[in-house]
Design a protein around this ligand. Structure first.
Ligand code: G4P
Length: 289
């Protein structure tokens, strides 16, 4: 697959900005997509947040395969990492963030107290690759539609803290990270989620990758969605053919209109047509934590 590098200038700038901001906070909240926590993390992050504690927020948990999500949480836990599964859109578990963050930073605050320092608010920075829900979470925490929701990588404003309550403050501008696009599977997963533009990776590769996941893990949902039967020996193209015939993307003489089939399949993956899914499992070792 062609290598994609559409973040070059952005990477250096982000790194610098986060390094600056990290000095002003007690903890970093890294948002990842609960359907693909490895693919939506930034493996380089730990190298530039140094010793600042991190809480991994597995966002969009409402869209994720619950069983696999639990396995991910266990894996992160085994690695000594802190996680919380949330749904920033509806606000599920968002009220637990402050308590968990306080707990993680407990030692630092106790130390400050023992040195006679006044109690103060915990300060946090939200980071994550585009589209994981950073703005949605900030809005949810702030409890008003103050931050524009939408995909706006590269937008920077003057650094400001938002006061959530007397014990909790948030840097108002999230750190926008870049994903690890050197890894083909990561790039395909991100394209499936709609994080990477369709023009960057051939759509048929993305759809073939997605069909593979659906066939191996969510066969029944797939069959039900298109009212068809999946045979073990079916190749992705066989399945595109079956979808095409079911969905009227087939004409006598011209055959299957693959472009249409692929578009509708990708639309379905991105709009939860197969229920709660995981694009990767804990056994996918293509991404190092
Ligand atoms: P970003 O700042 O990290 O780039 O992400 P942003 O908050 O803009 O969210 C990207 C998309 O993900 C938005 O959808 C947002 O509503 C959705 N989203 C965020 N958190 C959750 C969640 O926990 N569950 C679900 N299901 N969706 C979530 P959009 O369609 O781009 O915008 P909108 O139509 O919701 O405004």
């Amino acid at each position: 697959m062609p290598k994609i590098n559409h973040y070059p200038g952005h990477m250096a700038k982000t790194k610098r900005l986060i390094k600056e901001r990290i000095k002003q906070v007690d903890i970093v909240f890294e948002l990842v997509d609960a359907r693909a926590p490895f693919s939506t993390t930034n493996p380089a992050l730990s190298s530039f947040i140094s010793n600042t504690p991190k809480l991994i927020l597995l966002n969009k948990a409402d869209l994720a395969d619950k069983k696999i999500l639990e396995q991910f949480e266990q894996r992160f836990h085994d690695l000594g990492m802190h996680t919380l599964a949330i749904d920033a859109r509806k606000g599920v578990n968002v009220n637990k963030i402050q308590t968990i963050a306080r707990h993680i930073c407990q030692e630092k605050f106790l130390k400050e107290e023992s040195r006679g320092m006044k109690p103060r608010a915990l300060r946090a920075l939200i980071v994550g690759i585009p589209n994981v829900g950073k703005s949605t979470l900030i809005n949810r925490l702030v409890n008003k539609r103050a931050t524009k929701v939408g995909d706006t990588p590269g937008i920077t404003r003057h650094l400001q803290m938002i006061r959530i309550n007397k014990d909790f403050e948030l840097l108002d501008t999230p750190g926008i990270l870049w994903p690890n696009l050197d890894d083909d599977t990561v790039a395909l997963n991100l394209a499936l989620l709609g994080t990477i533009k369709d023009s960057l990776i051939p759509k048929d590769d993305v759809a073939i990758h997605g069909i593979g996941i659906l066939k191996s893990r969510y066969k029944q949902s797939f069959e039900k969605r298109y009212d068809l039967t999946v045979e073990q020996a079916d190749t992705p193209v066989d399945l595109f053919d079956k979808i095409g015939k079911r969905r009227g993307a087939y004409t006598q003489g011209a055959g299957i209109n693959y472009e249409r089939v692929i578009d509708l399949f990708l639309y379905d993956v991105r709009h939860q047509a197969f229920g709660n899914i995981a694009l990767e499992t804990v056994d996918d070792t293509h991404v190092q934590l």
